[in-house]
Design a protein around this ligand. Structure first.
Ligand code: NAD
Length: 471
């Protein structure tokens, strides 16, 4: 049993004013493995005050000074990779290979922020004026549980690179991972107050951040519902916002696709991060002319996907993070059947051989795009195959969604596939690949978000242009 009793304010681990204890679970066993004492409104206020006090000095640091601090941060986070790996498997339940990636990503993403800062031009000439990119102030960084350390490190490193100070409110469900990151950041000897971490409830700590006049900007990753609420609450103090929200991403399989290549890629996109991924390709569009062939290929492939114990090397899909999330996924699987979708693989209940834990059977339906299982984000390993007639219909279905985060096009003719991507409404499109490019901007259109993270685009979101004219 791990007891987490502190939060981090003004360069110190401190006991929260808040007294609520929140239980932490191992999703593979349902056992309580720890508790975290949560921050409350008073703690949030203190953290914001510390970040505000640290802002004048930090915002005036030179590029070189910031790079030196970020390099210490990188080394300190990289040094905790193995501890992070253990915490991710135990507290989040990601399979081993995914957990390893998730344990390395936080340091990698700090390195990306350093690179973006190195080449960033803070001063530009516009006619007779100098345009000086100026940090906006204290940033509120609100993160979810499905990639705790990665989101914290990405948002914080980018905010700091831009010259902002920060108050971080991570998910209460990933407190063990947050604890390791906090210890690493403390070891990096970042000036006091530049970052503050207050793990607490969204409706308590989050609400203080949403409304506080000393928070200039919020960068949020999480659900679309909370994202909209943050925009509304922040409007009173005109906060800048960057929102990375949900998705219902399409994978279009063109009629010249080879199933041997297309099926594994479509499933990798759909089942990514055990289905708990905002970018997951959960709608698989197949040509009606080849529907039977693809149904057979997908049903065979999904039945081979191992779901269950995250510590088993063969496992590709780990358990859902919580009982609530597990129940939500089960409810959607039942709903799919009730809506009349054809169940090709999976279904309700735990995977074979898993007597306990929040494991889910990898599930594939055949349905149409008006079904709720095709419209709503499920956030679990549940996919829906949707047949289409021609390319125009495939595009219409792909774009018939309130979301627009990511999309994939699979086909034999790459040029044609790239042409198809031009008409897809989404922040990212992948053609015949699952490759990731951390130097490129990341974010969504429509209700998948506002603004972009990563690279110079991510940094710009923490800056405002100041125009200087000298007589
Ligand atoms: P969530 O929106 O419930 O919570 C995200 C964070 O917001 C948590 O820290 C939570 O405590 C906090 N929060 C909750 N209510 C709040 C409020 N009123 N004010 C301020 N903060 C509040 O989402 P979740 O269940 O933690 O995560 C799953 C969701 O996140 C999914 O919908 C998924 O699509 C989305 N997500 C998006 C991305 C992306 O990059 N686009 C990445 C991961 C997850």
């Amino acid at each position: 049993m791990q007891r987490i009793d502190s939060i981090y304010i003004n360069g110190e681990f401190v006991t929260p004013h808040g007294e609520e204890r929140f239980e932490l679970y191992n999703p593979a066993t349902e056992a309580v493995i720890g508790t975290v004492r949560l921050a409350d409104e008073v703690d949030a206020e203190r953290a914001i005050a510390a970040a505000k006090a640290a802002f004048p000095a930090w915002s005036r640091t030179s590029k070189e000074e910031r790079i030196a601090v970020l390099k210490r941060m990188h080394a300190a986070v990289a040094a905790r990779e193995d501890d992070l790996f253990e915490a991710i498997v135990t507290e989040y339940g990601a399979p081993r290979s995914r957990s390893r990636w998730m344990a390395q990503y936080p340091a990698d993403v700090i390195a990306q922020a350093i690179e973006a800062l190195e080449s960033f031009e803070f001063v530009e000439q516009a006619g007779s004026a100098q345009v000086i990119m100026t940090p906006v102030g204290v940033a509120g960084l609100i993160t979810p549980w499905n990639s705790d350390a990665g989101f914290i490190c990405n948002k914080l490193a980018t905010a700091m690179a831009a010259g902002c100070t920060a108050v971080i409110k991570p998910s209460e469900m990933s407190a063990m991972q947050t604890q390791i990151v906090t210890e690493a950041l403390h070891a990096a000897e970042i000036p006091a107050g530049v970052f503050n971490i207050v793990t607490g409830r969204g409706e308590v700590v989050g609400e203080v951040i949403n409304h506080h006049p000393d928070i200039a900007k919020i960068s949020f990753t999480g659900s679309t519902a909370v994202g909209k609420h943050i925009v509304e609450s922040g409007a009173r103090t005109l906060k800048r916002v960057t929102l990375e929200l949900g998705g219902k991403s399409p994978t279009i399989i063109l009629d010249d696709a080879d199933p041997a290549q297309a099926v594994p890629l479509a499933l990798a996109a759909g089942f990514m991060n055990s289905g708990q991924a905002c970018v997951a390709g959960t709608r698989i569009l197949v040509p009606r002319s080849r529907q039977t062939e693809f149904e057979q290929a997908f049903a065979g492939a999904v039945s081979q996907v191992q779901s269950g114990d995250p510590r088993d090397e063969r496992t590709e899909i780990g358990p859902m993070v919580s009982r609530k999330q597990w129940q939500r996924v089960q409810d959607y699987i039942r709903l799919g059947v009730e809506e009349g979708a054809k169940l090709l693989a999976g279904g309700e209940g735990r995977p074979a051989g898993m007597a306990q834990g929040w494991g889910v059977k990898p599930t594939l339906f055949v349905g149409h795009n008006q079904m709720r299982i095709a419209r709503e984000e499920i956030f679990g390993p549940v996919l829906v195959m949707i047949p289409y007639g021609d390319e125009a219909e495939a595009l219409a279905i792909a774009n018939d969604t309130t979301y627009g985060l990511s999309a994939m096009v699979l086909g034999g003719d790459t040029e044609r596939a790239v042409r198809v991507t031009q008409q897809i409404e989404s922040g990212r499109v992948l053609v015949n690949t699952m490759a990731h490019e951390p130097k490129a901007p990341f974010g969504g259109v429509k209700q998948s978000g506002l603004g972009r993270e990563m690279g110079k685009w991510g940094m710009q979101a923490y800056l405002e242009a100041k125009t200087l004219l000298v007589g």
